[in-house]
Design a protein around this ligand. Structure first.
Ligand code: PLP
Length: 395
């Protein structure tokens, strides 16, 4: 029994969350069915021998996967979506789809540290050279191009330090030289920034973060702008044997249903807390592009439609005992990696350990916050008690 066809109106924001990815033939449940499986049975030998079926083995997914992939394609206006077992797997897949032995890639200096690890390790072993460029490079990117440059990899805003990149300027220069552009779009969750509509070839998301949204799964997605790119990603994924379980896809799709609504709350609490932090006397700087005081505020305003809940701030101490006192006093902020879930997190980090093209000149301790869905006043009270604990140590 096929679903009754209704006219298709364009969907955006929270309406897309609710109504995207529901086109599965033959079922009338609100959610697509969750399929698990390896073997796909063919109806008869001739169908098998014709090798024309898009459904032939569990590794390439099921209707469960397709519904979620279609939904992400609609979100990011992509041609195709390829799922991978983690955000890191998606980053590696995207890069490997774009490079050949003897090639050269340009990576933003504030990229997620494991992205750098992949380039310095695996890519280097394959004979692919990496150059890191300053996140503020803009149209100056062309000074970094070589004859064998195949990819510019962007992440905006970047991990830990949240500099915004001038993507249109970078994309413009790369296109003129036929160089691919990939953007790690995890911070904006595919909601606040649409790199493919700006001319990027690939957008990458750690689904682990906001789309999953509940800290209960690991997954990544590579979204391709056109058929040529889609083909390269698909062939690379096939070679790597990339696959994710239907159960995880169903969990991720459940997260996607509330993505825009959750982000509204993450955004507003995080901005309010960032403003509050900027007024605290122990805080030297708040690294959040949504603040008017941010050097990247104008760029962010031009290219983004909002901000998520992840940002950093720099305090006026470096003493480990003070950092430990601050963090250990917090009751509502967990200490741990990852982010994008309903819960708040706080970790100390040192940007100097993961950049090479630019110098990190701030001398105070950097703390990264993920602002979850808790009551904002509770979170501010928690941070206030953290600062009080530091002041007590000083006395
Ligand atoms: C977390 C993260 C990743 C990796 O995602 P995992 O699912 O944890 O592997 C990639 N890029 C960015 C910007 C991230 O924050």
């Amino acid at each position: 029994m096929a679903g009754v066809k209704k006219p298709s109106h364009s969907k955006s924001g929270a309406t897309l969350d609710s109504h995207g990815g529901r086109e599965t033939e033959g079922f009338r449940l609100v959610n697509p069915p969750t399929a698990h499986g390896s073997t796909v049975l063919f109806p008869d030998a001739r169908t098998f021998m014709a090798k024309s079926s898009p459904w032939f083995y569990g590794r390439t997914g099921s209707a469960t996967h397709r519904a979620f992939e279609d939904h992400l394609c609609e979100l990011e206006e992509a041609e195709t979506c390829t799922l991978a077992g983690s955000g890191v797997a998606a980053v590696s897949l995207a890069i490997l789809a774009c490079v050949d032995a003897g090639g050269h890639v340009l990576i933003t200096d504030n990229a997620y540290d494991p992205t750098r690890g992949m380039c310095d390790g695996l890519l280097s072993r394959m004979g692919v050279e990496t150059t890191y460029y300053p996140p503020s490079v803009g149209s100056g990117i062309d000074a970094y191009f070589k004859d064998n440059t195949q990819l510019v990899f962007c992440e905006s805003p970047g991990s830990l330090t949240f500099e915004v990149q001038d993507l249109p300027a970078i994309i413009d220069k790369a296109r003129a030289r036929n160089i691919s552009v990939a953007v790690d779009n995890t911070w904006a969750a595919g909601v606040f920034l649409k790199p493919l509509t700006m001319g990027a070839d690939l957008s990458i998301q750690a689904i682990t973060k906001y789309v999953g949204g509940h800290s209960d799964l690991l997954m990544g997605a590579v979204l391709a702008a056109d058929k040529r790119m889609a083909g390269r990603v698909a062939r690379t994924a096939r070679a790597l044997g990339t696959s994710v379980s239907g159960h995880d896809v169903a969990l991720a799709h459940r997260g996607l249903r509330t993505l825009h609504r959750r982000l509204e709350q993450h955004q507003s609490s995080a901005l309010n807390i960032a403003h509050w932090l900027a007024e605290q006397h122990l805080v030297r700087d708040v690294l959040h592009p949504g603040l008017a005081s941010s050097p990247d505020h104008a760029l962010w305003k031009r290219d983004f439609t909002g901000a998520s809940g992840l940002f950093s701030f720099v305090v006026d101490w470096t003493d480990e005992a003070k950092t430990a006192a601050f963090i250990d006093t917090l009751q509502f902020f967990g200490i741990g990696y990852s982010w994008g879930g309903f819960e708040s997190l706080c970790i100390p980090a040192d940007p100097r350990t993961c950049r090479s093209a630019t110098e990190w000149t701030q001398t105070g301790q950097l703390l990264r916050l993920h602002i979850g869905l808790e009551d904002e006043d509770d979170l501010i009270g928690d941070l206030r008690r953290g600062f009080d604990a530091v002041v007590e140590l000083e006395d």
